[in-house]
Ligand binder design. Structure first.
Ligand code: ARG
Length: 462
């Protein structure tokens, strides 16, 4: 690099940048994807300069048609970057001067790359969220549809990955859908806060030309204007909020992915993942691997990494703009891309699952799944829970040594073991009653799961 030609800041320098320094600072290979937003901001800025009579009508027309040509070049993939283009903003200005001559050089008045990049990234994220939120909805729809089919299917519910109490499969699947409901809300919440224009803040202090920040907001369709020019150029909270929402969404998909991996193992034998969402092994002909669920689980590492990376970038930065902030973009882009890859793959996987209803029912009732119900029945009959727990615990131990389950005992044996049960018979200790008696609004009683599903559907369609 031996000249300053084409660069935005050659004037006060005697020496060209060192090649290694230039490579380190160049960002066109990743900030190129911000072009639609940079062009839109440039158009709004040209209009504002015209309103203030800082450019003539002829210059404004030349700038506007150059921007249109640039838009076409980017859109058709024919825009070429030069080695001397440091970033997208510089490349667009360089091209504008090539196309519009001196008029192109007037557009830099009253703007800085600092307010431009803040604006571009906000606009990018607004679109990224608009693309991601429906994909979250689609995964929720997949879970809701599967829950509807399996509303009444008993399955073992787990704590500590040990069988705990029976639930319905519909209830279990909806638990994942509700987690995604919060993710959806967080994404929209972040969108609401980021929709604020920063153009006109200049480098940090605002500019002297009398520009009206609200004009940019209305031209870019943003709902407000940043209140402080220093905050406008220094703030990346909106990107952190997106990444935090993305990381947590990733964690939720990962937990679902982990369950699909477990459930599809021979040891669980609950489910078969559809062919289209499974892969085989190159050496073991019998293998059928839940790769999609594993990859989704694996991709969550990069989502969390993206969040941590940006937080670490920000934590030591004095106000206002610092070049470190250039490191905000790649994690944001990577997270947005990762979500758009993983969400549809996960939705497809959920839709492809073939559950083994019999196997689920078999396992749901085993391993003393109804022991809590027996203890609660004793409570209903006046026994303090502490004592009921102890009595049923002793019964479980006795059954275990005989190799039977409480649910296998007949009425007489049960009454002998737990006299306080009175006339309550084994019919109270069935899977069906264990499910239907858990009828609080958030319980696993099929009627409540049906109501829960209707409420979720209302939100999905609302
Ligand atoms: N490429 C820069 C970034 O991504 C744009 C802003 C540059 N500003 C500056 N003062 N060098 O942050």
């Amino acid at each position: 690099m031996t000249d300053h030609e084409g660069r935005l800041w050659g004037g006060r320098f005697a020496e060209a940048p060192d090649a290694a320094a230039w490579s380190l600072g160049r960002s066109v290979h990743f900030d190129v994807r911000l072009w639609p937003y940079d062009v839109a901001g440039s158009r709004a800025h040209a209009d504002e300069l015209r309103r203030l009579k800082l450019v003539t009508a002829a210059d404004h027309a030349a700038i506007t048609s150059a921007l249109e040509a640039i838009q076409v070049e980017f859109g058709s993939g024919t825009f070429t970057f030069r080695d001397s283009d440091e970033d997208l903003h510089g490349a667009i200005e360089r091209r504008m001067v090539e196309l519009a001559g001196e008029a192109g050089g007037r557009l830099r008045a009253g703007r800085s790359r600092n307010d431009q990049i803040a604006s571009d990234l906000r606009l990018y994220l607004r679109d990224a969220i608009d693309a991601t939120a429906p994909a979250v909805r689609e995964l929720q729809h997949a879970l809701a549809d599967r829950a509807e089919e399996t509303l009444e299917w008993p399955v073992p519910g787990y704590t500590h990955l040990q069988r705990a109490q029976p639930v319905t499969l519909g209830h279990h699947l909806l638990a994942h859908a509700w987690a995604l409901e919060r993710d959806h809300g967080r994404l929209l919440d972040a969108r609401g806060r980021l929709d604020v224009s920063t153009l006109g803040a200049g480098a940090l202090a605002g500019v002297t030309l009398g520009i009206d920040p609200a004009a940019y907001a209305s031209s870019l369709g943003m709902s407000g204007v940043a209140r402080n020019s220093m905050d406008a150029v220094a703030d990346r909270d909106f990107a952190v909020e997106f990444l935090a929402a993305a990381a947590l969404l990733g964690v939720h998909m990962s937990r679902l992915g982990e369950e699909i991996v477990l459930w599809s193992s021979t040891e669980f034998g609950w489910v078969r993942v559809g062919d289209a969402f499974s892969t085989g092994s190159s050496i073991m002909p019998q293998k059928r691997n839940p790769d999609v669920a594993e990859l989704v689980r694996g991709k969550t590492g990069r989502l969390i990494g993206a969040l941590v990376s940006l937080l670490v970038t920000l934590k030591g930065l004095p106000l206002t703009y610092n070049r470190d902030l250039q490191e905000d973009k790649e994690p944001v882009f990577d997270a947005a891309d990762t979500l758009l890859l993983t969400l549809p793959a996960m939705a497809g996987t959920v839709r492809s699952l073939v559950f083994d209803r019999e196997r689920l029912a078999e396992t749901a009732g085993g391993e003393f799944a109804l022991a809590t119900d027996a203890a609660e029945e004793l409570v209903r009959r006046g026994v303090p829970f502490r004592e009921a727990h102890e009595r049923v615990g002793r019964l479980v131990a006795a059954c275990e040594s005989q190799g039977i389950d409480i649910a296998d005992m007949d009425a007489t044996a049960l009454r002998q073991a737990l006299p306080a049960l009175g006339d309550a018979g084994p019919e109270l200790l069935t899977l069906q009653s264990a499910l239907s008696r858990r009828d609080a609004t958030f319980g696993t009683a099929p009627d409540q799961v049906r109501a829960q599903l209707a409420e979720l559907r209302g939100r999905l369609d609302g």
